[in-house]
Design a protein around this ligand. Structure first.
Ligand code: F6R
Length: 332
C-alpha cells in the first residue's frame, strides 16, 4: 500500500490518458450524479470541490442503492465502481438505464462493465488488481476527463499540472525520509494509541472524509471527521464534559483561501477542545482548488499507512469488508 500511495501522481496521469479516447456525447448537463461507494465514491466529492468553472454544473454523489427521485433524463449519471461489482452502484446504474438518463461507467471489470457494454453506455476500463481506495488516482482523473468530454468539466488544465505539484510536495513524505524530517511519519507517531479526529473547513470536506476512511481501512482504527463551522454548533459541546479527551488526536485541515473569520474561530475552538488533544494543523497549498485538495489528501494517505505500520498491521487487506460483501452475496 505504501508504494501505491507514493504512486498517486503516476496514477492520476495515467487515468487521464485512459479516458482520453472515450466516446462521450457532448452536451452540458444540468446536474451530474456520481454513484459509488467508499473508495470509488470519493472521486465524486473531489470533483465537485475541484470544478474550475465559474458556473459549474451541480455535482452530487449518490452513496445508496437508489438515485434520488428527481434524477431525470437530462441529468448525467456516472457509475464508478473499481471492482465493478458493488451492488449499490449497480442498482443505481440500472435505475439510470430505466429512467433514460445520460450515463457513463468507470470500473476495472465486473458486472458494471458488462452492463455498460450491453446497454451501449460509454465506459472507461482502469487497470485491475488494486485495492479500490488505492485506485483513486485512476478513478478521479478518468471521471474528470469524461466530464470534460461531456461538457461538464474544465478539469483538463488543472489535471495536467497536478502530478507535478504532488511530486514537489511529497518529497519529504517518502519512506526513505526519517521521522524527524517526515511530517507524515511524525503525525502517525503522535496518533499512535489515540482515536484520530479530523476537523476541516468546508472546502476540504472530501479530504477530511478521505483521511477518516484511509485511517479506518489502512490503519484499521476507528476515526471520524467533522467540519467547521458546523462542529462549533454541536460537537464542541461533547468536548466540554468528556473525560476521555486525552485519548483523541485531533488534526485540523485548513485551506490557504479560507475566509478570514476562520482564524479567530479556529483559535477559540482549539482553546475549548484543549491544546493537549490537538496533534497537528496543516494548510492546503496550491495554485488551484484541485492542487490544494490533493496536497492534503496525499499527506493523509501517507499518514494512514505509516500509522498501520507503526501498529504492526498490514494496511492492504480489508478482510471485514470482503467478509461482509461475501455474506450479502450469499444472502441473495
Ligand atoms: C476498499 C475500499 C472500499 C471500496 C467499496 C466499494 O479498498 O476502498 O471502500 O471502494 O467497498 O467497492 P468498489 O470500489 O469496488 O465499488
Amino acid at each position: 500500500m505504501l508504494g501505491l500511495v507514493a504512486r498517486l501522481p503516476d496514477l492520476l496521469a495515467e487515468g487521464q490518458r485512459l479516458a482520453g479516447d472515450a466516446k462521450v456525447p457532448t452536451s452540458y448537463p444540468r446536474k451530474v450524479f456520481v454513484c459509488g461507494m467508499g473508495g470509488s465514491a470519493i472521486s465524486g466529492d473531489l470533483l465537485a470541490a475541484a470544478n474550475p468553472n465559474e458556473r459549474p454544473p451541480q455535482i452530487l454523489v449518490v452513496r445508496s442503492y437508489h438515485l434520488p427521485p428527481y434524477v431525470a433524463k437530462d441529468d448525467l449519471v456516472v457509475a464508478v465502481s473499481y471492482s465493478g461489482n458493488t451492488e449499490e452502484t449497480l442498482s443505481c446504474f440500472f435505475e439510470a438505464v430505466d429512467r433514460g438518463c445520460r450515463l457513463m461507467a468507470i470500473a476495472s471489470g465486473g458486472k458494471l462493465l458488462e452492463a455498460a457494454r450491453k446497454h451501449l453506455v460509454p465506459s472507461v476500463t482502469v487497470p485491475a488488481g488494486l485495492p479500490p481506495r488505492g485506485a483513486l488516482g485512476y478513478l478521479f482523473s478518468a471521471t474528470a476527463t469524461l466530464l470534460d468530454h461531456a461538457g461538464a468539466g474544465g478539469y483538463h488544465r488543472d489535471l495536467e499540472k497536478l502530478p507535478g505539484h504532488l511530486r514537489r510536495l511529497a518529497g519529504d513524505l517518502q519512506p526513505s525520509v526519517p521521522l524527524a524530517k517526515n511530517p507524515a511519519k511524525a503525525l502517525a507517531a503522535k496518533l499512535q494509541g489515540r482515536t484520530p479526529i479530523v476537523y476541516a473547513t468546508p472546502f476540504l470536506a472530501p479530504v477530511a472524509r478521505r483521511w477518516q476512511t484511509q485511517l479506518n481501512e489502512n490503519a484499521k482504527v476507528l476515526a471520524w471527521h467533522a467540519l467547521l463551522p458546523e462542529m462549533d454548533h454541536n460537537e464542541l459541546v461533547g468536548w466540554a464534559n468528556d473525560n476521555r479527551r486525552g485519548s483523541f488526536g485531533v488534526v485540523f485541515l485548513r485551506d490557504a483561501r479560507e475566509e478570514p473569520a476562520m482564524e479567530a474561530r479556529l483559535r477559540a475552538t482549539v482553546d475549548l477542545i484543549g491544546q493537549g488533544s490537538v496533534v497537528g494543523t496543516f494548510v492546503a497549498t496550491g495554485e488551484n482548488p484541485m492542487e490544494r485538495l490533493f496536497h492534503l489528501l496525499h499527506l493523509g494517505d501517507f499518514v494512514s499507512v505509516y500509522l498501520a505500520l507503526l501498529q504492526g498491521v498490514d494496511p492492504t487487506p480489508v478482510k471485514v469488508i470482503d467478509d461482509l460483501k461475501g455474506r450479502l452475496a450469499r444472502a441473495q
